[in-house]
Design a protein around this ligand. Sequence first.
Ligand code: PAF
Length: 274
Amino acid sequence: MQIHSSIADLRAALKNRGHVVFVPTMGNLHAGHISLMEQARAHGDTVVASIFVNRLQFGPNEDFDKYPRTFQADCDKLSAAGVDVLFAPTEADLYPEPQEYVVEPPAIQNILDGEFRPGHFRGVATVVLKLFNCVQPQAAVFGKKDYQQLMVIRNMTRQLALPIDIIGGETVRADDGLALSSRNGYLSPAERAEAPRLYHLLNEIRDAFRAGEGDTVKLEKAAISALDAAGWKTDYVAVRQQSNLAAPTDAKAPLVVLAASRLGTTRLIDNIEI
Ligand code: PAF
């Protein structure tokens, strides 16, 4: 696997590479990331991954400084997964001057996660567009675990007419249902044992909905109460339309249940499509 930190070196390495599929990450890779790499491999000739912990998408009180950086272990995993090229820029490579031109997503950036993480999706969209410009892939893979992020990137790509296919990768879960995430490493053993409750409650909502319970607000409130009772602090549990993440208005629209809640100091997000 080739590793490049400068944009110029990366571009030179990717000349005449055929169909390039890109998987951007912030490192601290787990089986969920590796499954995105495998999906990328199925879609193209050259798989390019990136590792960059993007300061722009972290709020002032978030975990940018303590975000786990495990570069050597990540390289070993990417190499074993058959990734061809790793782009691992430093902050000076990617942001050599203050990033004043940014991508400002529309109202979707202010709902759900965006309500609790102001500026987060601006930071994500800005770095992803910049990474797209560095790599110039024909396709890119993003996990469905970050469902709202996937939607923001899809919409940006479509509206700015970027010639890139956006592929959504399925969430990978531990045996007890907890969605794999770099932030799971922050959980204490007791919190780790409690953490699958979030996924199980999302399943309960889906099952109740399928059994005919149409009052989605009632289902959301019941899940929040169950989380409260188990000591979680919940930002949202929300049943939304998959197409635009708006509250359901069309009885036939495919839905997704999304949640963000804190166990101790660790904020977990998850979702399931209905
Ligand atoms: O999902 C992530 O890891 C990040 O938000 C991304 C897409 C790599 C942008 O920094």
